[in-house]
Design a binder for this molecule. Sequence first.
Ligand SMILES: NC(=O)c1ccc[n+]([C@@H]2O[C@H](COP(=O)([O-])OP(=O)(O)OC[C@H]3O[C@@H](n4cnc5c(N)ncnc54)[C@H](OP(=O)(O)O)[C@@H]3O)[C@@H](O)[C@H]2O)c1
Length: 277
Amino acid sequence: MQQKEIGIIGYGSMGKMLAQGFLRHGLAVESLVVSNRHVEKMADLVASYPGVTATADNCGAAACAHVFLCVEPMQMAGVLGEIKDTLTETTHLVTIGGAGDMEAYSQVFDGAVSRVIPTLLAEIDRGYALISHNEKVSEENRDWLEKSLVPMGKIVVLPEEQLKTFMQFTSCGPAFIAALFEYWLAAGEQVLPKEAKEVLFATLLETVGGTVAFMEKTQMSFGEMIARVATKGGITERGVQILEAGLAPVFSELTIACNDRNDMAAGKVAAAIQEVR
Ligand SMILES: NC(=O)c1ccc[n+]([C@@H]2O[C@H](COP(=O)([O-])OP(=O)(O)OC[C@H]3O[C@@H](n4cnc5c(N)ncnc54)[C@H](OP(=O)(O)O)[C@@H]3O)[C@@H](O)[C@H]2O)c1
C-alpha cells in the first residue's frame, strides 16, 4: 500500500483547523489520515470529506510521510510511546505543542522533527504560523511544510528559542487582544446607557480593523499613528498617557510570565518523554 502524505494525531481545536485547512486548500482526501481518541469527534470531517481516513488508531496516522502531533503538550509523551515503533527513518514528525523542545522529542525519535505553532486565525487563512526545524529535516521536507502551510496564512521560520516569545503575538495573540479590548469596552459600557452596548462593540471592532488596515496601507509605525491622532494637550494625548503608564509594566510582566510558564511546561514535557524512551 502506498504511504499516505499527512497524518494528524489529535482532532481538537488545532488538529481540526489543520485537517480542514489542508483539505480546503486541495489536499486529496485519500492523502490524509486523522486519528483521535474519541473517533466520534471526527463525524463532521467524515461528513464533509467522505473518503478521509478517520480512526482511533494513532499508528495509522503515524505511518504517513508527515505526521502532525496535535494533542496537548502533556499528552505528547503518551502518543509518542504509542507510535514510536511505527515511525521510520524517513518520517517527518511535526509537533504543534506550544511547549516542548525538539531535543526532547529526539529522545524517542531520532529523525526529522519540525515545530509549528499555528494560530486559530488560520481557520480564515489569516495570521502567522511559526516554524522551526531540527537539523535532520531535509530541504525537501522544509519546503513541503512551508508550502503546505502558506495557503492557511503567513509563515515565518524562526530559531526554536524564539518561538515562545513570538507565539505570544501569534497563537496567544487573539486571546490577549480580546482580553485587552474587553476591558476597554467594559469601561465604555459603564458610562453609556445599556442600549448603546451593541453599537459600541461594532464601533470598536471597526476601529480595530480600520486601524490595522490603515497602518498596513501607509506602512505607519505605532508611534506615528499616535502622533497623527493625538493633538498636543488634547483628549487623545491624555488617554495615551494613561495607557503608557498602566500598560508598560503589564506587558513586561506578561512576556516574562508567559515565557516562564513555557519553560516550566517544556521541562515537564521533556521529563514525560524521557519516561517513554
Ligand atoms: N489552541 C490554540 O490556539 C493553539 C495554538 C498553538 C498551538 N497549540 C498547541 O496545539 C496542541 C493542541 O491544542 P488544542 O487546542 O487543539 O487541544 P485540544 O482541543 O484539547 O485537542 C486535543 C485533541 O487531542 C486528542 N487526544 C488526546 N490524547 C490523545 C491520544 N492519546 N490519542 C489520540 N488523540 C488524543 C483529544 O481527543 P479527545 O477529545 O477525544 O480526548 C483532542 O481532540 C497543544 O499542544 C497546544 O499547545 C494550540
